[in-house]
Each structure stands twice: as C-alpha cells, then as structure tokens.
Design a protein around this ligand. Structure first.
Ligand SMILES: NC(=O)c1ccc[n+]([C@@H]2O[C@H](COP(=O)([O-])OP(=O)(O)OC[C@H]3O[C@@H](n4cnc5c(N)ncnc54)[C@H](OP(=O)(O)O)[C@@H]3O)[C@@H](O)[C@H]2O)c1
Length: 311
C-alpha cells in the first residue's frame, strides 16, 4: 500500500511517498481503506521534531497523521462491518499512521460517518472537532447563557469551538483577523474581535470561560477578562508558573488539556454533523501526493477551518 513516511524530522520535504506492507486488523480492530485525511498543527510540529516527536522518534521511519475517513475492508469487531463508512482520530496522542491507503484502527475510536457528508468533510471533523467537543463539553461543561471567548474562531479547532459553544447555549465572543469576521459570524458567533487592530482585553470582560487556542502570552492576557470563579483552558501551551499564580489570585481555574481518541465522542460529533449543527469548513483540499504542499500551507498559521487530502 501507499504511505507517506518520514525518516527524519525536518522541513515538509522530508515527507516521502513510498510503498509499505498493508497492515492486518488485530483484536477489536478494523482495517480501513482511507478516502480522506486531515492535517493539524501537531502533524506539522511533530514532522519538524516537536509536537509529539518525543513519543515517536524511536520508531523511525514513521507514518504521520491521526485523522481519517474511509471504508471498513476487514473487521475484527462487532461494532463495524465490512463496507461501513467510518471516521475518527486514531491513537492520539500515540502512533496513528493515518497517512496511508489502509490503516488499522481500534473500533472503539471510530464512529459511522453520516451519509449526508463527504469523506473530506468527515476527515476534517476529527482531531480538531474532538478537541473542541472534549474541552467545551467534558472539561468546561459549558451551560446555557455562559459567556465564552473562543480564540482564533477561524482556525481548525476554533471554528468547531464557536459552533459547539453556540449549540450548548453560550454567548460566544471570538477573535480572528478582520478578513475572517464574516466567516466566524456565519458560524454563529455573537461578537467578533479583530485581534490585529484591537486588544481583546480592552474590549471584552466578564467572561465565564476562555478557550485559548493561541497560547503563550495570550493566556495571561485572557486571565484579565475572566470573571471571579471562571475558567481558562489552553490547548497549545502549558500554563506557566506566572499564569498559574495570576489565575489563583483571581480565583480562576486555568489548565492545559490534550485531546484523546474516543469513539463515543466521535458518535456525538457524528450526530452534530448529521443535524448540520456543526459544519466543517474546508480551506483547501489537496491530493494525497501533495502532502508537503499541505504542510507548508498549514504552517503559515493563517488557514481557515481545515486542510484535507483525498486518496
Ligand atoms: N492540546 C490539544 O489537544 C490540541 C488539539 C488541537 C490543536 N492544538 C493546538 O491548538 C492550536 C490551534 O490549532 P488549530 O488547528 O486551530 O490551528 P490553525 O487552524 O492553524 O489556526 C489558524 C487560525 O488561527 C488564527 N490566528 C492566528 N493567530 C491568531 C491570534 N493571535 N488571535 C486569533 N486568531 C489567530 C488565524 O486567523 P487569521 O488568519 O485571521 O490570523 C487562522 O485562521 C495549535 O497550536 C495546535 O497545535 C492542541
């Protein structure tokens, strides 16, 4: 089968299309013929030697990627039968091997793809959608009427975050550049802040929950807008000692969260997709062979929604 491997960490040019042995489905696994994959900043970071490179470096050469949509060709699980269309995030934060024409996946990490959406849309709604879902539903437990600030509402995670927070009944404020204002408002945001021309901490306040998808100094700046007893979750970076100290002094809970593979959460996402409560936005769809181009585009940090590749 075809796979895109890396033999060393580095620039997008290390991504190499090659032939490897097709895997065989093990206990409670399904073998999926991959129809589309999506990529995330963690793919780019890991390729370059950060991200979760530390967990994978001893396995070189490695197949990157975690997000797939495809068709079951062999099943060792009662959950799925041959011919089912499925989607999910494989073995994150571990070895996913998604950049391949066939991939073995624990059945517990997949959900049936809604027939109303394409494999490209389904592949887009995996790691980024799961992150937004787990943060807003499981960790932050967003309630109707909560004032929620979602940073980078135009990004992969952010555009799912705005839609899911709105669905949970929150009043949603989001940041993006002016160029993406119309896009984030169509996702259901109640207010937009242009992060390039305005300091968000000067124009908003009284926030119950900040979903930080930017990291670094954005965390400390975000603490200024959160009300007493509120919460912040950051996904790009850990909470620094300084940020933790400020959060404590203001009675704010601040923590980092990492997304994890979970078929039950994927089933909830499938329902939201089927009901068109959540609609994935595809920035660009590439051919699988153009993985290096796709990585280079994502690395700009200014794509809208998701980048997907078709097989
Ligand atoms: N912990 C976890 O489990 C986890 C899971 C998923 C992602 N992450 C991390 O979370 C981060 C976001 O991921 P992603 O997939 O959403 O990234 P992404 O799709 O690459 O984000 C790009 C978007 O960010 C916007 N943006 C850039 N700088 C901004 C700023 N200062 N303020 C507001 N918006 C800004 C850009 O909008 P403009 O073009 O308008 O500037 C662009 O639309 C990454 O660091 C990723 O590694 C962590």
């Amino acid at each position: 089968m075809k796979a895109i491997i890396i033999k060393e960490f580095g620039a997008p040019s290390v991504l190499t299309l090659t032939d490897v042995e097709t895997p065989v489905a093990g206990n409670e696994e399904v073998l999926v013929e991959v129809k589309a994959v999506s990529i995330n900043p963690v793919d780019v970071k890991t390729r370059a030697g950060s991200g979760i490179a530390g967990r994978l470096k001893d396995l070189m050469p490695i197949i990157l990627g975690w997000d797939i949509s495809g068709r079951v060709v062999t099943s060792d699980s009662e959950k799925f039968k041959v011919g089912d269309d499925v989607f999910g995030m494989i073995n994150f934060p571990g070895y996913g091997k998604a950049y391949s024409t066939y991939v073995n996946v624990p059945a517990s990490q997949l959900a049936l793809k809604p027939s109303t959406i394409s494999h490209e849309e389904a592949a887009a709604a995996t790691l980024a959608a799961l992150t937004a879902y787990q943060v807003l539903v499981h960790h932050a437990k967003i309630k109707k009427g909560s004032r929620v600030l979602v940073h980078a509402g135009s990004g992969g995670v952010g555009h799912f975050g705005v839609q899911i927070a709105k669905h949970l009944g929150a009043y949603v404020i989001t940041t993006s550049s002016a160029a993406n204002k119309e896009f984030v408002m169509t996702l259901g945001a109640d207010e937009h802040i242009d992060y390039k021309s305005q300091k968000f901490e000067e124009v908003t306040s009284n926030i119950d929950f900040v979903f930080d998808t930017v990291g670094g100094e954005n965390i400390i700046r975000s603490l200024e807008v959160i009300k007493d007893g509120g919460r912040l979750i950051s996904i790009p970076t850990y909470i620094s000692e300084e940020a933790a100290r400020i959060a404590k002094s203001r009675n704010i809970t601040a923590h980092f969260e990492l997304v994890y593979s979970d078929g039950k959460d994927m089933e909830q996402i499938a329902k939201l997709l089927e009901q068109k409560i959540v609609i994935p936005h595809l920035d660009t769809v590439f051919a699988f062979e153009d993985m290096a181009k796709a990585h280079a585009l994502l690395e700009t940090g200014h794509t809208v929604g998701k980048i997907v590749l078709t097989l």
